[in-house]
Design a binder for this molecule. Sequence first.
Ligand SMILES: Nc1ncnc2c1ncn2[C@@H]1O[C@H](COP(=O)(O)OP(=O)(O)OP(=O)(O)O)[C@@H](O)[C@H]1O
Length: 536
Amino acid sequence: MSLFLHYLSMPYLLMGIELTLQVTALGLIGGLLLGIILAGMQLSRFWLLAAIARGYTVIFRGTPLILQMVFAYDALPHIGIKLPAVLAAGLALACNEAPFIAEMLRSGVLGVDRGQLLAGQALGMTPGVLMRRIIAPQAIRTMIPAFGNEAVSALKNSSLASVIAVQELTLRSTQLASSTFDFFSIFFASGLIYLVLTGAISVIQLALEWLLDLDRTTKPRGLADYLPWRRVDLTPKPEQANKAAPPEAPELKETPPLALSIEDRARRAATVARNNVAVEVKHLRKAYDGNKVLDGLDITVRIGEVVALLGPSGSGKSTLLRCINHLENWDAGEIRVGGRKLGFDEQGRKLSPRAIANERANVGVGMVFQQFNLFGHLTAKENVAGPLRWVHGMGRFEAERRALELLERVGLSHRADALPRHLSGGQQQRVAIARALAPNPSVLLLDEPTSALDPELVNEVLEVIRRLAIDDGLTMIISTHQIRFADEVADRVAFLNGGVILEQGPAHEVLTNPRHPLTARFLSVMEAERPKDAVA
Ligand SMILES: Nc1ncnc2c1ncn2[C@@H]1O[C@H](COP(=O)(O)OP(=O)(O)OP(=O)(O)O)[C@@H](O)[C@H]1O
C-alpha cells in the first residue's frame, strides 16, 4: 500500500500526466477543427468536396492509430516536415479523431427538425443566421454526450504515443516497472490516475449537460442529483408547475362571432377590388421528378383580400404557398409579391440563398405551417422576438416588447416563457402566428394551420385567424379543409385540382353553389366527413 501511494505521488509519473494531457488536448482541439471542416464538406452541395471528405474518413477510420502516429513521426520528415514527438502524436490523434467528430457534428446538424429550418428561411434568416441561432444551439446540446465519450477515448488513445517515445504516463509507468519489477503497484497507480482524468471529463460533460438543459428549473438542486446514477427528472412536477405558473389567464377574450353579414361582405368585396395587387402568380409550373404538381396555375390576390385554397390532398396547395415565398423553386411561370419578383434580380437571374433571405425579409411574406415549426430551444417569447433581432436588427428590449404585445394578441402572454414542448398544439400554432405577424408582413400564407390539431383545439386557432382577416384586414392566402371557416372568413375561394384552379369566386357563392362538378363532389365529401358538433 505504501509503495502504491509512493508511486501515486511520484513526480516522474505526475510529469507524464502533463504530456498525456498535451497529446489529448492537441488531438481533441485539432480533431474538432478538422471535424468541422470535414462535416462542412460532407454537408456541402458540391459532390467533389463531399467525396474528398468521404475518402478521408475511409482512410483514417480504417487504419490503426498506432500506424498513423508512426507515420506522422517517421514518414513526414521524408517530405521535409519534422515534428517534435508530442506534436506528431497530437497531429495523428487529431487526424484520427476528426472523422468521428465530423460524424457527430453531421448527425447533430441533420437531427435538427427540417420544419424549423423552413420556418427560419420563411422568416428571412440567412444560412449563417440559421446555423448560428437555430441549428448550432440545438445540435451542440445533443452532441455533448458523444463528445464526452470521444474525449475519454482520446485520453486513453494518447497512451499509444509511447510508440514514438513520447514520455507520457503509460511509457513512464512501463519504464519504471521495467527497472523496479513492481508491476502491480505501478500499473495500479497509473490506472488510478487515468480513472481520475476520465472522471474529470465525465464531470465536465455532466456540468455542460446541466448548464444547457432547457428543462432545468432555476431552483438550485443538490449536486447528487446530477450524478449519472441519480439523474432525476428535472421537469417541474405538476404541483410545482402549478405553483410557479401565474393563474391561468383567459386565453382569448370572449367576443361575439365575427362572421360578416351579406352587406359587410359586399362592402369588403368593393373595397378589395379597388386595392392594388399583393400577389400575382402567372402560368406557374412545377414538377417533382416528372410528376406535375402545378400545371400552369394563375392566381391574383389583392391587398386586404383573404383567399382560401381548397382542394383534395395532393392538389398542390402547399406547393403553391411554398413557391410564393420562394421556399421552393419552380420550373416555369412568374410570381410577384408587392410587384417584386421574389428571388430574382432585375435581369431575371436567380439570387443567392443569402440574397433571397434578405429579400424575403424586405418584401414581408409571413408563413404559418401545418406542423407549427416553432424553434424548440426557444421560449414562446424568444420565438417571436429572436427573428426580429437577428433578421430585422431590432434591439432586444424593443423586440421583447413587440413579442409580448403579439402574444397578448393571440391570448398567450401568460405562457411567454414556456418552451414549445410545454404548450398544447393550439397554443403552439398561436405562437407561430404571432411569430409570423411580428415583422408586420404584407401577406400572410397559412398552410393548413389547423390540420395537425386535435378537434377541440381547432377553434382557438381559427378565432385568431378570423380576427386577423376581419379586424386587421391582413392579406392572407390560407390552404384549408375547414369549409365553414372558409365561408365565414375568406373573400374568395379557389378550388385546386391537378395543379390548376378549376373554379374560383366569392367564397359563399362557390361554397353554396359550386359550378364545377369536382368542386361539388369535394364539398359534399367534406360536408359528410365533418363531425356533427364541429364549429368550423
Ligand atoms: N418535396 C417533394 N418531393 C416530391 N414530391 C412532393 C414534394 N412535396 C410535395 N410533393 C408531391 O406534390 C404533390 C402536391 O403536394 P402538396 O403538398 O402541394 O399538396 P396539398 O394540396 O397541399 O396536399 P394536402 O392537402 O394533403 O397537404 C403531392 O403529390 C406530393 O406527394
